[in-house]
Design a protein around this ligand. Structure first.
Ligand code: 26Q
Length: 799
């Protein structure tokens, strides 16, 4: 029996015995579940083999603690990494089903906000692909990232119910459960203590397999769900208090109910701290339990476990590991501190001061009284080391884990820094700025700890799976080596000035654009010309990312086209997408403006197909997989010094888009590899931005000095795009005149000029194609395999 036939039989069998339907009764979702169950058997075999291998070799494991994993769909990933896509396609076809349609039934696992969560997902895939034993630890949110609907141009947030039809990828592990305490009191006993929490919630593991490339290894993503220890208080129930009897379960459910839909501006709610401790504690208990079981002595933990903290969200893990070592394993404080630092390392993802987490001391102490004591004990050590090193009182106060200015607060970044042997930034510039700004004093005390690990993206999802046409063409041109080593894409450079190859690259891009145009028409009703330039800015909406700069330039271009319709304009489609944090007023206004501009421009017969504007609702991983392969131009235009790295920038370049961008984050490193001839770099440098801010920059004079910008600002302010409410944007635009922290005005002219060079290059079709090929050829280095290899060698010390 051939394998296709075997897969088909398996699907029908699991449809009957696991889903409980026959072929006649099966609904589309039943077929989706059956397809996953059938494939899953192969995944499970490889999973069990991987775990056994790690046990047998007693290898060191990596533990990636992250409050976010922005995974997206898993079916294509699993099929493709197991090389079963073709078989699945044929098996489903013989059952009268279309694989693409079945794939569409899988909801996105959107357990993350944006870059940080997606990075965690790429890292999990690369860890498995590089055959590194690893666990991801996080929370199984019942409602992940909210679904975005656009009502009359405004963002409306709706709950995302990704688990509504069940989740065939997950395995509940009731035997892996741990108590997590909150509140209560501490009874001291020398360095040790007994903590009697007022409340205990049970964390239960739910595992998802993560399949590596060519199925080499399958690792585990372990997400915690919560149960009341006593799900129903029967005495209370029987006494008639039916709701009170269930209160404990409700408190537990609340913990894992929803992902905090903020990025960059932390919401200081108690529930967030409870989530952070809940998952950190369960994960650390699981890690220490596993170590004790397989290796006996907790003192050897640093030899067998490397714990990476994804930002400060899990930094309470430092105190929790100390507590377990001291209180439960009777290790002296000094030795516990040494073990902790050798085990833990921390990745920073932002310099924005408002995004640095800190918790009110009173809240921290009330919720985690034992951890508060441990934080003080750690602080005593750190402050002593700072005094001994001769640091100034100001430096010592900035290093302290406790912020004493105003209401006393616990600084989570200082706790993570103190408790780690490695603190890394996510791009070269970002890491340098960490040393010079937020961590300057900690860096002077511990100068060997800060290091750089430039981000990367998995080329499986972000090239092979999302762009099969391009992948096929590259294989024809340079063979299959790049599938296992993305840096071999370099061989494509030999084809960069081959005109015939350029035309084939163009044909692939055009086909992807036709597909995307159809999809966007279905979503928004707007008709798009696939021969126009697709100019794309998709990412979280944030002022520092400067979607408003792009919109101002769009408005300026619209004015120009209307004034000079006779000129040889390069037809463009401006595509925007992204979610705004629900409480972020200006971000929501950006979405409204994009939609208002779209309505006016798209309805203006004077511009016709020369300019179209689309705001794609509900941007998510699956939409990214359609949009990125179809992009011609990638907008990476953050205020220099503010985007830690960016990872979308890498995905676009890998798919042959040219970048227009600032010297920020990883754009700088992309420029080093792709070359200035194949990118459009503009604007102030990070140093110039900070000098300008210090020199007292006056945006009003800059705006008035640029006729194009002044006209754009005035037309938005006066209601040209909002005739239904002419003053809608007036205050906002007025504010820009007096204060422009993100330097939109300062960079506008340079940005507009760069856009006109984009037009020039676009008209030279051959030159554009050559640049596109040189982008693809030179960004293999931004594979997350390279990033993870560096972490493995330089931070984790794993083979
Ligand atoms: C913190 C506390 C309370 C509520 C929310 C938060 C919170 C949540 C998410 C704070 C920040 C985030 C996300 C940050 C993020 O996505 N940063 C991005 O990380 C990427 C991966 O390193 C970088 O490429 C981006 O430059 C960076 O913005």
């Amino acid at each position: 029996m051939d394998t296709r036939h075997a897969l088909e039989q398996r699907i029908v069998k699991v449809l009957r015995h696991r889903v409980g339907k026959n072929e006649r009764a099966a609904k589309p979702h039943d077929w989706y579940n059956a397809a996953v169950y059938a494939l899953r058997d192969d995944v499970i075999d490889a999973w069990i083999a991987s775990t056994t291998r790690t046990h047998d070799t007693k290898g060191k494991r990596v533990y990636y603690l992250s409050l976010e994993f922005l995974i997206g769909r898993l079916l294509r990933d699993a099929m493709s990494n197991l090389d079963l896509t073709g078989e699945m396609e044929e098996a489903l076809a013989s059952l009268g089903l279309d694989l693409a349609a079945v794939e569409e039934l899988e909801p996105d696992a959107a357990l993350g906000n944006g870059g940080l969560g997606r990075l965690a997902a790429c890292f999990m895939e690369s860890l498995a692909s590089l055959d590194i034993p690893a666990y991801g630890y996080g929370i199984r949110y019942v409602n992940g990232m909210f679904r975005q609907r656009i009502d009359d141009g405004w963002q409306v947030e709706l709950p995302e119910t990704w688990l509504a039809h069940g989740n065939p990828w997950e395995f509940e592990r009731p035997e892996s459960a741990y108590p997590v305490g909150f509140g209560g009191e501490v009874v001291a006993d020398g360095e040790r203590a007994t903590w009697n929490p007022a409340e205990v919630i049970e964390a239960v593991a739910v595992d998802t397999p993560v399949v590596g490339w060519r199925g080499k290894r399958v690792n585990t993503l372990r997400l915690w769900t919560a149960n009341a220890l006593d799900p129903i208080k029967l005495d209370e129930f029987n006494a008639g208090d039916h709701l009170g009897a269930l209160a404990g379960q409700l408190r537990a459910d609340t913990l894992v109910r929803v992902l905090y839909p903020a990025d960059g501006s932390p919401a200081g709610q108690e529930l967030r701290l409870r989530q952070e401790f809940f998952f950190s504690s369960a994960s650390i208990q699981d890690i220490v339990r596993r170590h004790a079981q397989y290796h006996g002595d907790v003192r050897t933990l640093p030899d067998k476990a490397a714990i990476q903290l994804n930002d400060t969200h899990p930094s309470v893990a430092v105190a929790e590991l100390m507590r377990l070592l001291i209180d439960e394993h009777a290790i002296p404080f000094a030795e516990a501190w040494d073990i902790t630092k050798r085990t833990i390392s921390y990745t920073n993802h932002t310099l924005l001061p408002e995004a640095l987490e800190s918790w009110p001391h009173a809240l921290f102490e009330r919720l985690l009284p034992r951890h508060m004591q441990i934080v003080y004990a750690i602080n005593a050590v750190v402050l002593r080391e700072a005094r001994e090193a001769g640091l100034t009182p100001e430096a010592i106060s900035s290093i302290s884990l406790i912020d004493e200015h105003g209401e006393r607060r616990v600084r989570m970044a200082n706790l993570a820094f103190a408790g780690s042997h490695s603190i890394n930034g996510v791009a070269a510039l970002h890491t340098e700025l960490m040393k010079q700004t937020v961590f300057a004093d900690l860096h002077s005390l511990y100068p060997d700890r800060i290091n750089n690990k430039t981000n990367g993206v998995t080329p499986r999802r972000w090239l092979q799976q999302c762009n099969p046409r391009l992948t096929g063409l590259i294989r024809e041109a340079i063979g299959d080596g790049f599938l296992d080593d993305a840096e071999q894409l370099e061989a494509l450079a030999d084809h960069a000035d081959d005109a015939a190859f350029g035309e084939r690259i163009d044909a692939v891009k055009r086909a992807n654009k036709v597909d995307l145009a159809q999809h966007l028409t279905d979503l928004t009703g707007v008709q798009l010309d696939p021969d126009a330039m697709f100019d794309v800015q998709v990412k979280r909406i944030h002022e520092y990312k400067r979607q408003l700069l792009n919109l101002l330039e769009t408005v300026a271009l619209y004015d120009q086209i209307r004034s000079h319709p006779e000129r040889d304009w390069a037809p463009r489609v401006k595509i925007f997408g992204g979610k705004a944090a629900s409480s972020y007023h200006n971000a929501k206004l950006i979405i409204k403006l994009a939609n208002d501009v779209a309505r006016r421009v798209n309805g203006d017969p004077a511009v016709g197909d020369l300019l179209k504007v689309v705001f794609v609702p509900n941007y998510n991983v699956s939409l990214a997989e359609r949009i990125i392969p179809a992009a011609d131009l990638s907008e990476q235009i953050s205020t220099a010094g503010m985007e830690a790295s960016g990872t979308g920038n890498m995905k676009f370049a890998l798919n042959g888009a040219l970048t227009i961008g600032t010297l920020d984050g990883a754009n700088i490193e992309i420029l080093e590899r792709v070359g200035a001839d194949n990118m459009f770099i503009f604007g102030l440098t990070a140093e110039e931005v900070s000098a300008k801010r210090n020199a007292g920059y006056d945006p009003r004079s800059v705006i008035e000095g640029s006729s194009e910008l002044a006209q754009a600002v005035h037309s938005i302010a006066s209601g040209v795009f909002s005739p239904d409410d002419p003053s809608r944007f007036a205050d906002w635009m007025g504010g820009l005149m007096s204060s422009d922290w993100f330097m939109l005005a300062a960079d506008f002219d340079a940005y507009a000029a760069a856009q006109r060079s984009v037009d020039d290059r676009w008209r030279d079709r051959r030159a554009w194609r050559e640049s596109a090929i040189r982008n693809i050829a030179n960004v293999g280095w931004f594979s997350s395999d390279r990033t993870i290899s560096e972490y493995a060698r330089e931070i984790w010390n794993v083979a």
